[in-house]
Structures are given as structure tokens and as C-alpha cells.
Write a protein that binds this ligand. Structure first.
Ligand code: TYM
Length: 335
């Protein structure tokens, strides 16, 4: 269980905005289960982050439960890690406010994700969307996490969390651990299958651009068959071949083969063979996740038991840090 003094602590989160993508899985969630053997791990379904863009409340509730089941199906074991739903633990909102008062307007204005998302939703550029990275910093710092496993797109937010932690420590005295990013060497940025210059994302309008980890095998294979590549017809990893390089990194992660052996395997073969092999390998790799998800989502009582216990454990860890932060900034003790 958590709070083993000698182990380093990990925190990470994922938004419940629909089924996880292959990008979420390869860039982040697939690592979380392995890490729980060596670290004290805390993982959260961050529903408070999700409402920075407009959500249908009934769907958000359903997606949050599904995301929790998926988290477990991807290998997070609630007996080894703390796995909880963010809105169940009040420390996140409390810490968010404290940290917001140590964050500058200018630094939030520089966040590229804010710029992208405010362009995508021009009718709802709300304050939560702007201050979102502060809540993310609160998630991490409230648990004094040492390491944060994320994909490359979250690096800028983590940098900000580090700056906020350092600034608070300098202003009020040492409290927060300054967290390090943990970004995988291969697969930190899985690209769209239809436009390999763009990150694979749930919000892509082209349904063939994105693999969802609960897609049926034939759907996965079909999407890979339609993946945009180039005209060279040689399977090799190169910057000027973003489509093939993206498929190679996906294939590498799901099969454990390195780029050289992939190049050898497909030497003299066409892209058709390669795309089919990638599609089949991904579909095979995800089958146990799909099966486990189907089992878990049918057992709502078990899920509830897990996330309730997870929230209690998360609160036990984080409330002590919040209490220290309250004292440091000068709030009068309430008890
Ligand atoms: P989110 O929900 O957008 O994504 C969850 C994780 O998946 C990674 N990811 C990718 N990795 C590789 N290739 C891709 N195409 C790809 N798309 C997404 C993300 O980098 C992320 O690690 N703000 C975060 C959630 C969050 C969080 C936190 C993370 C809230 N609080 C505290 C870490 C620590 C987010 O929106 O991730």
C-alpha cells in the first residue's frame, strides 16, 4: 500500500473525457501499472479538470466511472496504488487556491494548451481553462510527488508546477517536493494516423485519426490500414517520415522490438504488410485490457469500493500537506 517511507512517490492523472486513446495509453497509462512495483503510486481520474470544457453532466458521470474501470483494466492495482476520483478529495480544490496565489498571470498566459483550447472553444474561454495548470500543480504538490509520468504534451504544465513549488518554498519556507517529469523515451508523443504532424487526440474530427483502446480489433486494423504514410515504401525511422516513424514507435512499444529489428523484419516488404502487422499487434496487445474492462464495468459495487477506499487514502496523505500549507501562508488553525 502507499506511504512506504523509503519509496519515491509518483502522482499522475488522466481526464475522463471518453475512452482513453492509444496516445494516452502508450504515453502514460501503460507505464502506471509497472511503476507500482517500485514506487509509492497515486493515480487519479481528474474530473475537475474535465469541466474546463463544457460537459454533459450525465456523460461526465458515466465517463468518469468508465475511466476508473479502464485505469484498473490497464494494470493499476488498487491494492498496490492509491486510485481515486479527483473531486472526491477536497485537498485538490484547497491546494488549488493556495497555489493560484503563487502563480503569475503572465506564466499562465504562455501555456500552449490554453491557447489551443481557447481557440477550439472560443465561446467558452472560462477562468478554469486558464487556471487549469494550477489545479494540476495542486494535484501533484498536495502529495509531495517526486515523479510524474506523463506524455510530452504535459511537459510545460509540469515545468510550471516546478516553478510554483520553488516559488512557494522560497516565499514561505520549504514544504513542497519539486517534482520531476517521467516521460517515456519511445511513445511520448503518439501522432494522429491521418496527420502525423499532429498529436493523436480525442478531439480529432476525423474518426480514422485516433485509436481508442476499446476499439474492436477489426476497427483498429482498419484504422491502421488507412494510416497516412509517404511514397518511399521503405520501412525506416526518420524525421522526414513522420507517418512511418509514428507507426514504428507504436509497433516498438507493443511488441518490445527496437527500430533496427523492425526495419529488418519489413525489409523488402511494402507498407501494406507493415500497417497490417502494426494493426494486428495493437489489437492483440489491447485484447486483455478490453476483456478486463468489460468484467470491471459490470461490477459497479466493486468499483465503488475501490474508489471510495482510494479517496480516503488520498485524503489522508494530502490533508497533512494542505494543513502545512495553510499554516505557512498564515491561516489561523481551525482545530
Ligand atoms: P490527458 O487526460 O489529456 O492525458 C493523459 C495522459 O496521456 C498523455 N497523452 C499522450 N501521450 C502520448 N501521445 C499522445 N498523443 C498523448 N495524448 C495524451 C498525456 O501527456 C497525459 O500524461 N492535465 C493532464 C491530466 C492531469 C495530470 C495531473 C497529469 C491533471 N492533473 C497531474 C499528471 C499529473 C491531462 O489533461 O492529461
Amino acid at each position: 500500500m502507499s506511504e512506504q517511507e523509503n519509496k519515491k512517490r509518483i502522482f499522475s492523472g488522466i481526464q475522463p473525457t471518453g475512452t482513453f486513446t492509444l496516445g494516452n495509453y502508450i504515453g502514460a497509462v501503460s507505464h502506471w501499472g509497472k511503476l507500482q512495483e517500485d514506487y509509492d503510486c497515486i493515480y487519479s481520474i481528474v474530473d475537475m479538470h474535465a469541466i474546463t470544457v463544457r460537459q454533459d453532466p450525465a456523460k461526465l458521470r458515466q465517463h468518469t466511472l468508465e475511466a476508473y474501470a479502464l485505469l484498473l483494466a490497464c494494470g493499476v492495482d488498487p491494492k498496490k496504488s492509491i486510485a481515486f476520483i479527483q473531486s472526491h478529495v477536497k485537498s485538490h480544490a484547497e491546494m488549488n487556491w493556495i497555489l493560484a496565489c503563487s502563480t503569475q498571470f503572465g506564466e499562465l498566459s504562455r501555456m500552449t494548451q490554453f491557447k489551443d483550447k481557447s481557440q477550439k472553444h472560443p465561446d467558452d474561454v472560462n477562468a478554469g481553462l486558464f487556471t487549469y495548470p494550477v489545479l494540476m500543480a495542486a494535484d501533484i504538490l498536495a502529495y509531495k510527488a517526486d515523479l510524474v509520468p506523463i506524455g510530452a504534451d504535459q511537459k510545460q504544465h509540469l515545468e510550471l508546477a516546478r516553478n510554483i513549488a520553488q516559488r512557494f518554498n522560497n516565499k514561505y519556507g520549504e514544504l513542497f517536493t519539486v517534482p520531476e517529469p517521467y516521460i517515456p523515451k519511445v511513445g511520448a508523443r503518439v501522432m494522429s494516423l491521418q496527420d502525423p504532424e499532429k498529436k493523436m487526440s480525442k478531439s480529432d474530427e476525423n474518426p480514422n485519426a485516433c485509436i481508442y483502446i476499446l476499439d474492436e480489433p477489426d476497427v483498429i486494423i482498419r484504422k491502421f490500414k488507412r494510416a497516412v504514410t509517404d511514397s518511399e515504401a521503405i520501412v525506416r525511422y526518420a524525421d522526414e517520415k513522420p507517418g512511418i516513424s509514428n507507426l514504428m514507435s507504436i509497433y516498438s512499444v507493443v511488441t518490445g522490438k527496437d527500430y533496427e529489428s523492425i526495419e529488418r523484419e519489413f525489409d523488402g516488404k511494402g507498407y501494406g504488410d507493415f500497417k497490417l502487422a502494426v494493426g494486428e499487434a495493437v489489437a492483440d496487445h489491447l485484447k486483455p485490457v478490453r476483456d478486463e474492462f468489460a468484467r470491471l464495468i459490470a461490477d459497479k459495487a466493486y468499483l465503488k469500493e475501490c474508489y471510495t477506499a482510494g479517496a480516503q487514502m488520498a485524503l489522508n496523505v494530502s490533508r497533512k500537506v494542505v494543513a502545512k500549507a495553510y499554516r505557512k501562508v498564515g491561516f489561523v488553525d481551525s482545530m
